[in-house]
Design a protein around this ligand. Structure first.
Ligand code: NAD
Length: 518
């Protein structure tokens, strides 16, 4: 099968009035479709349960995006059994046909791009560019993993051995529990599910309860792309009931999780317990939180560094695992840097996602309260530069907030806040900056602004960071170009969007046949 080399999908330029108008029109069109109720789907059958829950628009906290039937432990058992049954056939499906389904799904996603963006703007509170980057990343994952499957399906290199015909093939694992977060509600959900499916596994997908509509859209797209019933099962519900039952089920073969460190640790522990009747050790791929630093050296373009820090700290309200939450700044440029950051943050306007404000709402009221608590902690731990309040309007808004003179061991310097809060830390010199950047339990992303080659070489060697950038911000990883995943408590370093990723969904089978001469 011949395919063109992978290329990243380009972004829509919303500074062009026609593009912005088209996105606004798509929001208006989607708004007419809101408020529907969606069933659970197991083996293609739509199922209703006694309880439902609403997905809400965080920009006003009230608008119902859609209502979803809530999964139960009993339905999880049914879904895993159905997925297991489908796996008996799907595991032998042709890898090229599976790749083709992803290529088709990418095409459908391109066609529905503004509509998907619109749902995401309303359901997750992303502004136009953030939503579009998310949808584009989902397309990239589909295109990239389709090609990767073709590569893994090829004859694999193996050392010749006299008198034998030897072969190594990659086969799928079984039933996947796919558990994504709400913050890249389409890209991560589509990436993890598509990787599991294209490698020949079957999936029970439990979307995040904050963004189930994005999971529903992915399900529709995969069905239209030709995915047989039962390969992807859609089961919204609570983490505690649906999530735990799914992870613990003896027929679940592996878990593909992205979310917080706390839930990741819990899933890892639960999956490690061998259940009665279980005949494998479950594999857990867990991509978790971050506490990402940008080092600002004495020798750098300070304007560029301040812009990079502000963009990485406040893009999508700081709700990215890759968001910069600590700027570690050399004392010789500290004062000037702090002033530049203040000036830039003061210009940020906060408001509803559909009006395309630079900073929108955080995901829900409980997140707003949790982040605000950290703001209160920050006020005690250091000096408030700007922000520090909730925004008084309907929806879950917070001011972009910066603290300075923060101790490297302070709570706001160590714990993931996952909101629009930046801590600025003063450092004596570059060596100390590197030490501070390495001083948390996380190791996801980070960046260094420096024009000094030796310092860059030191940082390359010593920073224990999964995605490390130089003279650019630490957010915005591109599929293929920046395989993504972190060290330590940031997860199992899966490197999503990289050449190693599909191996996490496969196992290698070796076959050796003695050559019998007649
Ligand atoms: P979360 O951990 O609260 O939830 C993630 C998913 O786990 C959701 O679908 C949730 O319903 C489910 N869940 C909750 N409890 C569960 C349980 N007991 N058993 C099984 N599933 C359960 O995270 P979130 O708030 O959705 O996402 C934000 C977090 O994700 C942040 O910590 C962020 O850093 C992290 N994240 C990491 C990456 C990465 O690549 N490392 C990418 C995006 C987000």
């Amino acid at each position: 099968m011949k395919v063109k080399p992978f290329r990243n999908e380009s972004y829509i330029d919303f500074s062009k009035p026609a593009n912005a108008a088209a996105q606004k029109q798509a929001i208006a069109d989607v708004r007419k479709k809101l408020g529907k109720t969606f069933e659970i789907i197991i083996s293609g059958k739509k199922i209703k349960t006694e309880k439902t829950f609403n997905s809400l628009n965080p920009s006003d906290g009230k608008e119902v995006i859609a209502t979803f039937y809530k999964g139960t432990a009993d339905l999880v058992n049914k879904a895993v059994e159905a997925a297991y049954k489908t796996f008996q056939k799907w595991q032998y499906s042709n890898p090229e046909e599976r790749a083709q389904i992803l290529f088709k799904a990418a095409e459908i996603t391109r066609r529905r791009r503004l509509e998907i963006n619109a749902y995401m703007i309303l359901e997750a509170g992303k502004n136009f560019a953030e939503a579009d980057a998310d949808t584009a990343e989902a397309i990239d994952f589909m295109e990239f993993y389709g090609r990767e499957m073709l590569r893994y399906a090829q004859k694999q290199p193996i050392t010749p051995f006299k008198g034998e015909k030897n072969e190594l093939v990659y086969i799928p694992l079984g039933v996947a529990a796919v558990i994504p977060p709400w913050n890249f509600p389409f890209a991560i959900l589509a990436g993890m599910s598509s990787a599991a499916i294209v490698t020949g596994n079957t999936v029970v997908l439990k979307p995040s309860s904050d963004t189930p509509m994005m999971g529903r859209l992915y399900f529709e797209i995969m069905k239209e792309a030709g995915l047989p019933d039962g390969v992807l099962n859609f089961l919204p519900g609570s983490g505690a009931e649906v999530g735990d039952t799914l992870v613990a089920h003896p027929l679940t073969r592996f878990v593909s999780f992205t979310g917080s460190m706390e839930v990741g640790i819990h899933i890892n522990e639960l999956a490690a317990k061998v259940q009665p009747g279980q005949i494998w050790l479950k594999r857990v791929v867990a991509e978790m939180g971050g506490k990402d630093s940008i080092i600002v050296d004495s020798e750098c373009d300070l304007e560029d560094a301040a812009s990079g820090v502000v963009a990485a700290a406040f893009g999508f309200q700081g709700q990215k695992c890759s968001a910069c939450s600590r700027a570690i700044v050399d004392k010789s440029v500290y004062k000037e840097f702090v002033a530049k950051v203040k000036e830039k943050v003061a210009k940020i306007q906060v408001g509803p996602a559909e009006e395309n404000f630079q900073v929108g709402p955080v995901i829900n009221n409980s997140a707003q309260n949790g982040i605000f608590e950290y703001m209160e902690i920050g006020k005690k731990e250091g000096k408030l530069l700007i922000g520090g309040n909730k925004v008084d309007r309907d929806g879950s808004y917070l001011e972009p907030t910066v603290f300075y003179d923060i101790d490297p061991m302070a709570r706001i310097s160590q714990e993931e806040i996952f909101g629009p809060v930046l801590a600025i830390i003063k450092s004596k010199n570059f060596d100390e900056s590197v030490k501070i950047a390495n001083n948390t339990k996380f190791g996801l992303t980070g960046a260094v602004y420096s024009l000094n080659k030796e310092k860059i070489a030191k940082a390359r060697k010593e920073l224990l960071i999964g995605n490390l950038y130089f003279n650019r911000k630490c957010t915005g990883a591109m599929v293929g170009a920046h395989p993504f995943g972190g060290f330590n408590m940031s997860g199992t370093d899966s490197k999503a969007g990289g050449r190693d990723y599909l191996l996490l969904f496969l196992q290698a089978k070796m076959m050796s046949e003695k050559i019998i001469k007649k």
